[in-house]
Design a protein around this ligand. Sequence first.
Ligand code: NDP
Length: 247
Amino acid sequence: MEELSRIVLITGASRGIGRSIALRLAKSGHKIAINYNSHEEDANNVLNEIRNLGSDGIIIKADVSKLDEVKNMINEVEEKLGSIEILYNNAGIISDSLLMRMKPEDFDKVVDTNLKGTFYCTKLCINNMIKKRWGRIINISSVVGLRGNIGQSNYSASKAGIHSFTKSVAKEVATRNITANVIAPGYVSTATTDVLSEKVKKEVMSWIPMQRFGEPEEISPIAAFLSREEARYITGEIIRVDGGMAI
Ligand code: NDP
């Protein structure tokens, strides 16, 4: 099926999984807004890579946990590229510790970035999607949002929140040709997992039937598929890409 060129926003696309999604979509000729928070040079490199693959876009700095910054970001994308048709809520952080040591600010910053950021971006894109009667919302959560994890009560709560948020949005906009889905990755080799000690990595490996971490390039194909016209009857779904970890 021939795909139209679309306007795309990917949050947290300067590195890791977001970068891989941007590169995968670049082959479709979309116009891609690459959001970043602190790594401008990395975001610029992604934009150059997209251009080399035959697409175009812009880079855009915004902290998704701050409503004002999200508003400015969406306005700028709309002015420069047009109204957003495909939204990837990918930006996410961790701040791990056992509950008894977890500070309220560590809980807040993870929930504010992962869950509230997803809420802000989706809320500010949805009106134009409804007007156009077409849209794709793809939220990146984690298997930890399905099964919990020691030391990640804040992160797992934020990701589980994304699951029910997405299902509710999917129901609200289903008649408008807008789908909302979740991809729940397992452990993927990125800056997030690079910081794990060898001891922790070994333990994590024992939970994964495939006995290896995934690569960003193993997440981006399904992320790209969900944005396509032919994925129009899939909504409210949570798709694990985790080497079997949450079986
Ligand atoms: P990385 O740490 O490699 O990259 C995170 C990206 O998010 C960066 O582009 C970063 O921008 C951006 N970001 C962080 N905070 C903000 C913010 N407040 N506002 C805007 N952008 C922000 O992460 P991954 O690629 O590993 O993770 C991507 C998503 O996948 C996250 O939601 C994560 O929870 C999820 N995930 C990852 C797994 C893994 O094992 N790696 C497993 C399961 C889920 P910058 O660098 O410019 O600050």
